[in-house]
Design a protein around this ligand. Structure first.
Ligand code: N01
Length: 551
């Protein structure tokens, strides 16, 4: 048995550097995890890279940043008092409102005293002899903890493609996922935005309103539908508060974590007029069209009807037919994350906006003056990278995470080619390590906050169970894990989603191994399954009693 880790043994830590649990990240996940563990009487410490709480909502300050899950569903539901005292004023909350909410939560539950900001966890090694994690930070600090819990997020490790010459550009270069705190002045400037996913599509209409000229560098046209954002009426808010117990129940039992009816009928069984009317209704209501029929993500022909409806809308909206043609998405709708916008396609009718098709004329590099494609150089004063994230595994792989026998998570998962988790919450060989909305949980294909709450509550119950029985370690069994991974893949393969070229599959990161590490069985079914596992005494987990320590 190994007696220490590469970071040294987990013995001889001063009390101030020794915790029951270390939690990585102070976003929605880390904040609630800290609250739960403190309620259970455990000593937990959160480490957070940012200067303050918020996670992705701390970093994503770009103009137009909003959440595409309706605000009344995108909040914690664990506290009646918190639900009653907070009001979302618009259908979709913007980034400043969500950040205010998370600050309110941190203050209300006095969380800040157990959070260390401006600290990045760089390594965490499991010391098998003491059944503790030795955790190292970028400031040189090393602490030990019985439990290590990642709330590092699914979309927090930003991706900037390695364009040649990037260091030569004379003006500011900004990434939507690491936006500056001070206001960015676009007035009169030639601005280039690279990327037209959710972040680009939210930012482009806002930047266009200010910029002297905006160049949108688009590689793949994405599907976007109107968000239909609006102020909430007072009666709607009153009624929502009254009905919240039912709304919460509905969210928890639903497929995607929001309390909306899901249609199950087939788009192909409807008439052409019937489909047009239903898609039009969904378009006018705002939101994605994915809920219009039950088979849009499972049947390519059904999917094509929604795709064509959106293409027709783009042709109707964009005045220049050549520009409209370039904006038409051709992949299967929903296989990249569907985007919600506020006036995106209309933006291309402005005189100060130019769409640059970098699929036919790829970006060759960045120069001192701007962006150079194969055919010409675009002189710019500022470049905005809306180029997304190394999703699902990026934040975990950035940490040198080593479990039993010094095996790293990256090695175990073979850089993403062989991701294996049990319930997305644990992985064999890494005792007492838990992931909040890790790979192979519903995570990014659900309302994240509802999924985070479910995982946090399940993890804290599991820890309580282990503590009450005096266990030194809880670890996923490799058989149970293999079975869960197989099941995830089997469910995903009943849909069109694994076929997509998207960050869901890792296709957005050159060289990244393809996989589809998201559980598509639905939030309600997942919760039921996890509850069954705990009711059966944490079936599929190995609980090592204290006595085994001496063996
Ligand atoms: O990133 P993306 P995002 N040359 O990966 C392009 C969540 N989110 O930050 O499609 C040229 O979707 C790339 O082109 P292509 C949400 O889940 C949520 O926009 O790969 N272009 C694409 O257009 C979302 O899905 C909210 O051909 C290059 C873009 O960059 C996720 O975050 C708001 C390129 C990246 O799009 C990620 O969204 C915002 C290159 N070399 C984000 N490399 C909410 O509302 C990449 N691109 C909650």
């Amino acid at each position: 048995m190994q007696s220490s880790t590469h970071l040294g043994p987990a013995t001889s830590f001063a009390p101030e550097n020794s915790f029951d649990a270390v939690i990585i990240g102070a976003g929605f996940s880390g904040l609630y995890m800290l609250h739960r563990l403190r309620e259970q009487g455990l000593r937990a410490r959160v480490y957070e890279v940012g200067d303050d709480v918020g996670g992705v909502w701390y970093w994503n300050r770009y103009p137009g940043a909003k959440c595409d899950v309706e605000s009344i569903y995108y909040n914690y539901t664990f506290s009646e008092a918190l639900l009653k005292e907070w009001t979302w004023t618009t259908r979709y909350a913007d980034q400043p409102s969500i950040l205010r909410y998370l600050n309110h939560v941190a203050d209300r539950f006095e969380l800040r005293r157990d959070i260390q900001f401006r600290t990045r966890i760089t390594a965490a090694h499991y010391d098998e002899a003491t059944a503790r994690w030795v955790v190292h930070a970028d400031n040189g600090q090393t602490v030990a903890a019985r439990y290590l819990i990642s709330g590092a997020g699914c979309l927090s490790s930003t991706n900037t493609p390695p364009f040649s010459g990037q260091d030569q550009f004379k003006g500011p270069q900004l990434h939507t996922g690491q936006w500056p705190h001070e206001p960015v002045d676009f007035r009169g400037k030639r601005v280039g935005v690279i990327g037209t996913g959710s972040s680009g599509i939210q930012a482009i209409p806002e930047i266009a309103k200010e910029a002297g000229h905006l160049y949108v560098f688009q590689r793949t046209p994405h599907y976007s539908t109107p968000a239909g954002n609006r102020a909430h009426a007072a009666e709607f808010l009153d009624e929502t508060r009254e009905r919240y117990p039912q709304i919460r129940q509905h969210m928890r039992e639903s497929s995607n974590g929001v309390a909306k009816e899901v249609r199950r009928d087939s788009a192909l069984k409807d008439t052409e007029d019937g489909r047009a009317a239903r898609y039009e209704q969904a378009w006018q209501d705002g939101g994605t069209l994915l809920a219009a029929y039950g088979d849009l993500l499972t049947n390519a022909d059904a999917n094509a009807t929604a795709g064509e409806f959106i293409r027709e809308k783009i042709r109707d909206t964009v005045k220049d037919p050549a520009v409209a043609e370039l904006l038409l998405p051709r992949y299967m709708y929903g296989c990249k994350r569907p985007v919600l916008d506020s006036g995106y396609y209309e933006t291309f009718n402005r005189d100060n906006v130019t769409l640059v098709d970098v699929k036919s004329d790829p970006i060759e590099g960045i120069t001192a003056a701007g962006v150079k494609t194969g055919s010409r150089e675009y002189p710019l004063d500022m470049i905005v990278f809306a180029t997304g994230y190394d999703a699902m595994t990026g934040a975990l792989f950035r940490i040198d995470l080593r479990g039993r026998d010094g095996i790293s998570l990256r090695e175990k998962w073979q850089d993403g080619a062989a991701i294996r988790t049990y319930l997305g919450v644990a992985t064999a060989g890494f005792p007492n390590f838990f992931m909040i909305t890790g790979p192979e949980s519903p995570s990014v294909l659900s309302n994240m906050v509802i999924s985070i709450e479910q995982h946090v509550e399940w993890i804290s119950d599991c820890i309580r169970h282990a503590e009450q029985r005096g266990c030194m370690a809880v670890e996923a069994d490799s058989q149970a894990e293999a079975e869960w991974s197989r099941h995830c893949k089997e469910v995903a393969d009943t849909t069109l989603l694994p076929q997509g070229e998207s960050w869901y599959t890792g296709a957005n990161i050159p060289g990244k191994q393809r996989s589809f590490p998201i559980y598509l069985g639905g939030v309600g079914a997942f919760r039921k399954h996890c509850d069954g596992v705990s009711a059966r005494g944490y079936e599929g987990f190995i609980l090592t009693p204290q006595a085994a320590k001496a063996a």
